[in-house]
Design a protein around this ligand. Structure first.
Ligand code: 5GP
Ligand code: ZN
Length: 119
């Protein structure tokens, strides 16, 4: 899509810091990281959100996810990591090319209020 900034990142028109790439997906550093190492994983095919994602695209994207999580873990040594994805403006989506956020977490004072209780 010609007016999509993430399609422009894939074709190199907009520069990005690459974390991982294969024939189907591209991962790069978020320009405004919530924590050190905040990375976005996107399909090379323009897909608006999870609602519109073909199964094959999902398989390729989520198939690559553990590699990206482990690459970030190796590089930044976080204590944990959140992955999340916003679908549609009401849910906070601002770029309408699907992206999965990888947000490394460091300690209770890493500045992020996003926290899910597990017990
Ligand atoms: P959303 O709110 O749609 O889930 O997240 C969009 C994300 O894309 C934000 O975290 C924002 O910082 C990031 N972002 C927006 N424009 C650019 C860009 O041009 N380059 C990079 N690397 N990240 C971007
Ligand atoms: Zn796009």
């Amino acid at each position: 899509m010609s007016d999509c900034i993430f399609c422009k990142i894939i074709d190199g028109t907009i520069p990005s810091v690459k974390v991982y790439e294969d024939e189907n997906v591209y991962a790069f550093m978020d320009v405004a990281p919530l924590t050190k190492g905040h990375t976005l994983l996107i399909p090379k095919q323009h897909v608006k959100d999870l609602f519109e994602m073909p199964e094959e695209v999902a398989k390729n994207l989520y198939g690559a996810a553990p590699k990206i999580a482990n690459a970030i873990k190796s590089a930044f040594n976080p204590a944990g990591m959140n992955t999340l994805n916003n679908n549609d403006a009401f849910a906070g989506q601002t770029v309408f090319h699907y992206h999965l956020h990888f947000i490394p977490r460091y300690d209770e004072n890493d500045g992020l209020k996003v926290k899910w209780e597990t017990k």
